[in-house]
Design a protein around this ligand. Structure first.
Ligand code: SAH
Length: 324
């Protein structure tokens, strides 16, 4: 999954109507603006420390550009650090965010200054492992490859001793997902937040796990596809287990708020007044702006499946949108 996605992201711009999928910042400028203002508000209440803006997997750079513009209106103009492995997406980001600095992971991000961090639809792209309950107990689901044919097979290694007790006797065929890569990124991030101060907003589709369920999916041309077909030519993702990410952050001493639904989060941040202001400035776009808002916040659309957690350094205020 990691190798397939590295090739996939490294060789194209997958976003937008002509690509494979569309993300919240590509739907409306309101998304990046409100995320930027949430961070600014927090920074303000934290005493306006010297800060850096850090974004994981910035795609076309749209969120970073919208957030930066919104932050600047209230006096926050931090250096921008983009964590991106794809050369083709780095080119897009360079146009959207002049002056940014690029990194392949957090290691190269300077260790001075508080970190104001965003990760939107980043963790879902990191590789997962799947364990499956068979008649003989829990085994790993692996991928067999013969010529150009890829198929799921069941491995021999016994995993029963590491399965949480609640799932040990799950029915045959049950699947339990883990994402060691995601946990490693979250631990590194939380460690830096604890050491330097700051906060991270992590937004993605997912669940408050761990939980039973197969969420591996492939998307191509805005439709679901077979994940075992054409590796590297379609987007492979899994739903994000926010419960496990939160536990990883807490293990490093960070404070975690949420998850809350993306809809409730954006409403609390004021997407209503922002949509009204944009519609007043461009009445001919009022209907389109209302549609965009509904797409980002509606319960049947992105409002509930998409969730937000905030990870903060101890002593930092509670970010807006998360009940105290
Ligand atoms: N955040 C953007 C793009 C989401 S797509 C948006 O909301 O529109 C996922 C992004 O993560 C892409 O920019 C992809 O190149 C990047 N990415 C995927 N795996 C990565 C990895 N292991 N390290 C760094 N970036 C990665």
């Amino acid at each position: 999954m990691g190798a397939a996605n590295a090739h996939y992201y490294g060789t194209r711009d997958p976003l937008g109507a002509r690509g494979d999928f569309t993300t919240a910042p590509e739907i409306s400028q309101m998304f990046g603006e409100l995320v930027g203002l949430a961070l600014t508000d927090l920074w303000h209440r934290a005493g306006q420390p010297a800060s850096r803006y850090v974004e994981f997997g910035p795609g076309r750079g749209t969120l970073a550009a919208d957030a930066r513009r919104a932050m600047a209106t209230v006096g926050l103009t931090p250096p921008v650090h983009l964590i991106e492995t794809s050369p083709s997406l780095r080119e897009h980001q360079a146009r959207a965010v002049p002056g940014a600095e690029w990194h392949v992971d957090l290691v190269g991000v300077p260790d001075d200054g508080a970190l104001l961090v965003v990760a939107n639809e980043f963790f879902d792209a990191l590789p997962i492992r799947q364990l499956v309950r068979t008649a003989e107990g829990w085994r790993e689901r692996l991928v067999a490859c013969q010529d150009t044919l890829f198929l799921p097979v069941v491995g021999n290694t016994v995993f029963d001793p590491v399965i949480p007790p609640a799932f040990r006797d799950a029915p045959g065929g049950s699947i339990l997902e883990t994402s060691p890569a995601s946990v490693a990124v979250m631990r590194a991030l939380a460690k830096r937040l604890v050491a330097q101060g700051g906060a991270a907003l992590v937004i993605d589709y997912g669940y408050d796990g761990p939980a039973i369920g197969d969420t591996l999916q492939a998307v191509r041309g805005h439709a679901f596809a077979n994940p075992f077909e054409d590796p590297g030519e379609q987007d492979l993702t899994a739903h994000v287990d926010f419960g496990t990410l939160a536990e990883a952050a807490r293990a490093e001493g960070a404070v975690v708020h949420g998850p809350v639904g993306q809809g409730a989060f954006l409403e609390a941040l004021g997407i209503g007044p922002r949509a009204a202001a944009l519609a007043a400035a461009a009445p001919e776009r009022a209907d389109a702006i209302a549609v965009d808002r509904a797409r980002l916040t509606g319960g049947e659309q992105m409002g509930e499946l998409f969730k937000v957690i905030a990870v903060t350094a101890p002593g930092w205020p509670v970010p807006e949108g998360f009940a105290a």
